[in-house]
Design a protein around this ligand. Structure first.
Ligand code: SF4
Length: 101
């Protein structure tokens, strides 16, 4: 299975979870690591804290800032389409990461 197909298969459930989260969260709310959807995706505010043994798909240098779901709102944070357009840290990461096109 190529990486792009794998990324789509990983991202699809995340998008569904993100859409559900949208219903329960106001726009621009910050995602915390304790958030159930974020926890399910292994979201970390600091990508250097990712459990790389658990998330073997982690690519060194990948962060929210270079993820296709990310839209910057400032140097420190931006919205994540996979997490209901809520704010995530630019230096964060989760298992739904897809390289920015
Ligand atoms: S890595 Fe991508 S999908 Fe995951 S929280 Fe960051 S912006 Fe969202």
């Amino acid at each position: 299975m190529d990486n792009r197909r794998r990324s789509i298969l990983i991202a699809a459930p995340a998008l569904a979870l993100g859409l559900m989260a949208t219903r329960n969260a106001s726009a621009q709310a910050k995602v915390t690591e304790a958030d159930p959807t974020a926890t399910a995706l292994g979201y970390k505010v600091d990508a250097s804290k990712v459990d790389t043994a658990k998330f073997k798909q982690f690519v060194k240098g990948s962060t929210c800032a270079n993820c296709n779901f990310y839209k910057s709102t400032s140097a420190a944070e931006g919205t994540c389409a996979a997490l209901g357009a809520r704010l995530v840290a630019s230096k964060g990461w989760c298992s739904a990461w897809v390289k920015k096109a």
